[in-house]
Design a protein around this ligand. Sequence first.
Ligand code: SAM
Length: 293
Amino acid sequence: MSWLQLHMRTSKADEARLEQTLEDLGALSVTLADAADEPILELGPGETRLWQQMQLSALFEADADPAAITQALRDQLGEGQASDLSFESLQDQPWERAWLEHFRPMRFGHRLWICPSGQRVEAADALIIDLDPGLAFGTGTHPTTALCLEWLDGADLQGREVLDFGCGSGILAIAALKLGAAWAHALDHDPQAIQASAGNARNNKVIERLRLYAPGELPPSPVGLILANILSGSLIKLQPTLTQLAQPGAELLLSGILQEQAEAVLEAYRPHFQMQQAASRDGWVLLHGVRSD
Ligand SMILES: C[S@@+](CC[C@H](N)C(=O)[O-])C[C@H]1O[C@@H](n2cnc3c(N)ncnc32)[C@H](O)[C@@H]1O
């Protein structure tokens, strides 16, 4: 079986009308992607946000007529909006496996690997996290997660109690447990993240050492290591909460911060933590702190 796929550009202002027109023309699906390097890094629970400029793809049955679709779009939207269209024929394939072509085992530091299911890591000393991309953020492909994973790989976590604040897929809590932490707490304000973390912890056989919290709940007592890969504005707002959850002498690892935002985050945490920049990658920085009061 094959399909006809239409590609065109659109803008946030025109997207809804265009999507309706394409559905009326028989489109089976409409997919939108960022067309102007405008990353949306974090969504609130249930929130949908669009880019200003988008690349749109619409899938039609193979026998749909490109000329008729083009003409209908021109009639409905005007020449300007319906210029720059292209069509391609897509052969059917096992789509649910297609991403595996691009998602290969990745190593972080010396021992830690993220490995999609069905693939293998040969290194004898490998500590493997079995993880497939899902709805929750955190596969290791983003620099902010990679910076945390590399730091965890180099840290002595034996017997420690860790909090993953904003756990997404649960990747950081699971990594800490695989690297020897005795116990991990994980929380997120998005229920989908909690569900994903539970599934991933189960697959990785660390669920017995992971405590998950419903959105809005916090661990009952402070811990010795807090990991938080959230955007800088949220990290600044969360300073009182993270401080309250840190034992005296606790370590704090903050990620999700662009280089130009680092000073504001450092300033927010300095009253309670001895702070420093621990690493950086592709314009993102990792901050490390030790509770000092
Ligand atoms: C960038 S993702 C990081 C996911 C994962 N920890 C990683 O390192 O890849 C940030 C996560 O924090 C969650 N989050 C953002 N603000 C939060 C808040 N105020 N309270 C709890 N979770 C929050 C988001 O829902 C998202 O799952």
